[in-house]
Ligand binder design. Structure first.
Ligand SMILES: C[S@@+](CC[C@H](N)C(=O)[O-])C[C@H]1O[C@@H](n2cnc3c(N)ncnc32)[C@H](O)[C@@H]1O
Ligand code: SF4
Length: 353
């Protein structure tokens, strides 16, 4: 019999588990503490729950955590981990297979960021992204999203989490929302939503739901302010155009705690002209946001190249001078293929056998 995972359950669900096994409902609160505060790896470690009750729990449930099976170290301190995950065919479907995802730990002077994955591969097929080239291989459960944090050797050093690994968060929204709820709930990790950023290409209806149901920071992958060109780079533009994404975002408040940013890979000779910068200024006019310029990380068989450093700086300066605070994001972990858009576990299954 497949045991159910406790990691990824909300407090009401843990209480429900307790009651269903004839335990008092407060045992659900005890379980939440053991899991989300103590990070136990087995039910037997929950020592304030009686042995008889732990035995009952063990019959049907497990924690659901799993250590990374590989780690690659970059010369800049970035570490890329390979986690086993049990994918599902749909948000509520039964497990289908064990696959792998990559998770990137990025230490800096005063912070440590974890870039987590929410899918194996991705359906969105952006022209410039290695994960997109992998194709879609399955949704991660909330257990497996949270396990990337739970079982991370540097877990206690983390200051920030970004959903910028493999997959499109809006395409696996139920599980992403469940994970962010547990990360921010007082019974869970009790993190401020200000420490979590969810990055998306923008999917119709899903983005709206995310904006309404979460308080986490939002990053939108922009890459071109022009409909035709964005569509060529990112097929998702056909489902939700950038103008509609921006219109939707205008309904929410980003002037206080919650931050909105736009990510923009600067491709040489493609989207780095003054006309592009002007179009971005027009598109984002009056919206409280910032722009992050990203260096293109070259992937095989794609006829795109990154803009020069000089071009990136003048693009940044133009936007900043026209009222849009713009920064150039440092590339991290490029030597171990851990930088933005380089994650792929297409071959990992075969290699690990
Ligand atoms: C891999 S995506 C994951 C999150 C989400 N699916 C998205 O696209 O926003 C994270 C960021 O990496 C960027 N990215 C993808 N491929 C890249 C590449 N080859 N070089 C630099 N950035 C890339 C994406 O555009 C996005 O802004
Ligand atoms: S950039 Fe994001 S949405 Fe596009 S293919 Fe890569 S992971 Fe998917």
């Amino acid at each position: 019999m497949n045991k159910k995972n406790l990691l990824g359950m909300t407090l009401p669900e843990l209480k429900q588990v307790a009651v269903s096994l004839g335990m008092p409902s407060f045992a659900g609160g005890q379980m939440a503490k053991w899991i989300y505060t103590q990070h136990v790896s087995s039910i037997d470690e929950m020592t304030n729950i009686s042995k008889a009750n732990r035995e009952k729990l063990n019959e049907h449930y497990q924690i659901g955590c799993a250590k990374p099976i590989d780690a690659q170290h970059s010369k800049d301190g970035t570490i890329k981990y390979l986690f086993p995950v049990v994918t599902t065919a749909g948000a509520d479907s039964a497990p289908v297979a064990t696959k792998f995802v990559e998770t990137v730990y990025i230490p800096e002077d005063d912070r440590a960021t974890l870039c987590v994955s929410c899918e194996v591969g991705c359906k969105m097929n952006c022209l410039f992204c290695q994960t997109g080239k992998q194709g879609f291989e399955g949704y991660l459960t909330a257990t497996d999203i949270l396990n990337q944090i739970y079982s991370l050797p540097e877990r206690d050093k983390l200051t920030n989490i970004v959903f910028m690994g493999q997959g499109e968060p809006m395409d696996n929204l139920d599980n992403v929302l469940r994970a962010t709820e547990i990360l921010t709930a007082s019974y869970g990790y009790a993190w401020s939503p200000k420490r979590i950023t969810v990055s998306s290409v923008g999917l119709k209806d899903k983005l709206k739901r995310f904006l309404e149901e979460s308080q986490c920071h939002v990053a939108i992958s922009l890459h071109s302010p022009l409909h035709e060109q964005r569509q060529e780079l990112m097929p998702a533009e056909r489902g939700m155009a950038i103008e509609d994404i921006v219109e939707l975002l205008r309904n929410y408040d980003f002037s206080h705690q919650r931050r909105l940013s736009f990510e923009y890979i600067v491709f040489g000779g493609l989207n780095d002209s003054k006309a592009h910068a002007q179009a971005i200024v027009r598109l984002l006019h009056g919206l409280e946001c910032r722009v992050n310029l990203i260096r293109f990380h070259q992937i095989p068989h794609v006829p795109l190249h990154g803009a020069s450093e000089e071009k990136m700086e003048s693009f940044r300066d133009y936007l900043t001078q026209h009222g849009i605070y713009t920064t150039i994001r440092a590339s991290r972990g490029q030597d171990i293929f851990a930088a933005c858009g380089l994650l792929s576990t297409a071959k990992k299954k075969a290699e690990s056998k």
